[in-house]
Design a protein around this ligand. Structure first.
Ligand code: SAM
Length: 214
């Protein structure tokens, strides 16, 4: 695909995005979140390298995860794995000025870059912090929505604890080479899980993820 509008149309046609998500992608152009040598590939629907062995996710996955989470205005959202900051930007636009997004990233250089990318868009309701996201972010819990954009062997227990009543969490879980996207809902304190799609993500490294060097 040669343009952002062509990409967005294809995401809408395939049912990965709805109009609200399409609008966020018009404002947060993927090209602004990737290294210049990949600009010719900005609108292709696959992951791209962003340095430090990490990737910006495929647009279809970003749209589908955002849509499946049902993010509303005013929501407090936690993301694990800021990477380039693009998914965080989409979430920040979905929650609007009355909502807030905190994104945890373990690679310090990516924290700096993601924050720069978000500031350029003028998104003051999104902050990227450095840390092990498998521990969640207890100082701001509970969260209405939690999204994990790296794949772990299990859903980290602290994230389930920090999910608000009626809240939703989405995360790729499974082996290191292929995983299922799991959608979790917390209802009356009980956890319901549903597998919604097969995916491939980079590993979640941390206390409740994989060990470094796998
Ligand atoms: N959401 C990102 C975007 O929009 O560009 C893509 C995320 S990339 C597929 C996964 C990210 O998760 C990487 O940047 C990686 O460093 C980060 N990561 C892995 N384990 C983590 C952890 N325990 N805590 C925080 N970030 C982690």
């Amino acid at each position: 695909m040669n343009s952002n509008e062509e990409l967005i149309k294809s995401l809408l046609d395939r049912g990965y995005a709805d109009e609200r998500i399409a609008e966020t992608m018009r404002k947060a152009d993927r090209k602004a979140f990737i290294p210049a040598n990949y600009w010719p590939n900005a609108y292709e629907d696959h992951p791209l390298p962003i340095g430090f062995g990490q990737t910006i996710s495929a647009p279809g996955v970003v749209a589908f995860m955002s849509k499946s989470l049902g993010v509303k205005e005013g929501h407090r959202v936690l993301e694990i794995g800021a990477g380039s900051g693009w998914q965080a930007a989409v979430l920040g636009l979905l929650v609007g000025k009355t909502g807030h997004v905190t994104s945890i990233e373990r690679v310090p250089e990516l924290v700096v870059r993601a924050n720069e990318n978000l500031r350029k868009l003028g998104l003051g309701n999104v902050e990227v912090v450095q840390g092990d996201g498998t521990l969640g972010y207890p100082e701001q819990a509970p969260f209405d929505r939690i999204i994990v954009t790296a794949a772990g062997p299990q859903i980290p227990p602290p994230l389930l604890e920090q999910l608000a009543e009626g809240g939703k969490l989405i995360m790729p879980a499974g082996g290191s080479f292929a995983q299922e996207l799991i959608l979790v809902t917390k209802k009356k304190g009980k956890i319901e899980t549903k597998s919604i799609m097969s995916v491939v993500f980079v590993p979640l490294i941390g206390k409740f993820g994989y060990r470094e060097g796998i």
